[in-house]
Design a protein around this ligand. Structure first.
Ligand code: UDP
Ligand code: MG
Length: 323
């Protein structure tokens, strides 16, 4: 490990980003000049960094652009997928391929993740002895109003109902030590929600904020529905609260129906002459069985959730140190 300590892999998932490959490369080169990358003055902490483009099934000239870069610069590497598997898959592949680097950074190619922050993040990581330095946007200026609204709502709800705490406005942009990467890779689940996984594995992470930057070129390939799907994956992977809600709702309905039934019976007993409408009786019965079914479904759901958790085969614990 020791000789790889100062090697940093930049993992860059790209999907149809032909216009961004070269500008991104230049911007990083500018930001990480030799001088700036000496993160600590006295000892030899300067970083050799290499590019790892993960081509997520691009159908434009993205791959060609990367290959042309590679012809000129041997520090450019790539992995190209057979089709579009999604950003999560690309991030996972990136982490898999760069296990011999001491540090990795995850970055978007559209320059929404400012490269100037990299030296700052690395310095913080080393001087404060952290395992990860991540970023969050302090605002969402320039983002579509609808997307902004639902994103905020999603993070608020998920933080409320999940024991894994997500930071609001958190981006995927972060640097991590290889030790933390190994922990993330030890979670073998297929449906990955990286923001949640990074939080789940623990370790010491510090967030730095920056003002939102808009995409420089090209279009985001995340439509509204892709984001909704992403949100559902996040919700399902990190919370069983919706099931608890069903159980509670079922229980409450059943109890209400029981109360109603008791009320009807008592009234009939006290005053045998009273006529109880068929409609009222029906309502109580329907409510009772409806509630019972909801309650049972919720319980079945809890078991399925338990099976789901087991099938993810996450490690039972992650050790950081031992002697
Ligand atoms: N990306 C990817 N696969 C996809 C969609 C996006 O690898 O299916 C990449 C994309 O090329 C970019 C990063 O993920 O480098 C973030 O995507 P984008 O800028 O579209 O997302 P946003 O910034 O709107 O969240
Ligand atoms: Mg973007």
């Amino acid at each position: 490990m020791s000789d790889s300590v100062n090697k940093l892999a930049l993992i860059i998932p790209v999907h149809n980003e032909e216009e961004n490959i070269v500008p991104f490369y230049r911007a990083v080169k500018d930001a990480l000049t030799e001088r700036k990358l000496k993160v600590l003055p006295a000892d030899s902490r300067h970083f050799i960094y290499e590019f790892w483009y993960i081509d997520d099934g691009s159908t434009d000239q993205t791959l060609l652009q990367i290959k042309q870069l590679q012809d000129k610069d041997t520090s450019v590497h790539f992995v190209s997928f057979s089709r579009n598997f999604g950003k999560e898959a690309a991030l996972y592949a990136g982490l898999k391929y760069t296990q011999n680097y001491g540090y990795v950074a995850l970055m978007d190619v559209d320059l929404q993740d400012p490269p100037e922050l990299l030296p700052v993040m690395l310095t913080k990581l080393i001087t404060d002895r952290l395992d990860s330095v991540a970023t969050r946007r302090s605002d969402r200026k320039g983002e579509k109003v609808l997307i902004s609204f639902f994103s905020k709502l999603f993070y608020r709800i998920l933080s409320q109902i999940s024991s894994t705490k997500l930071v609001s406005g958190a981006r995927d942009y972060r640097v991590m030590s290889q030790q933390m990467v190994q922990a993330v890779l030890s979670l073998p689940e297929n449906q990955r929600f990286s923001k949640g996984l990074f939080a789940w594995v623990g370790f010491r992470t510090v967030y730095i904020s920056y003002d939102n930057v808009n995409r420089q070129r090209g279009n985001s390939s995340w439509g509204f529905w892709k984001l909704v799907k992403y949100a559902i994956t996040g919700l399902i992977s990190f919370s069983t609260f919706p099931l608890t809600l069903v159980v509670a709702l079922g229980l409450i309905t059943t109890l209400l129906a029981l109360l109603g039934a008791i009320f009807l019976v008592v009234r009939k007993l006290l005053d045998p002459a009273v006529a109880i409408g068929g409609w009222t009786t029906m309502t109580v019965i329907i409510m009772f069985f409806g509630g019972l079914q909801m309650f049972s479904l919720g319980i079945v759901g809890r078991y399925i959730a338990a099976i789901f958790l087991e099938t993810k085969r996450r490690p039972i614990y992650i050790a950081k140190e031992s002697k």
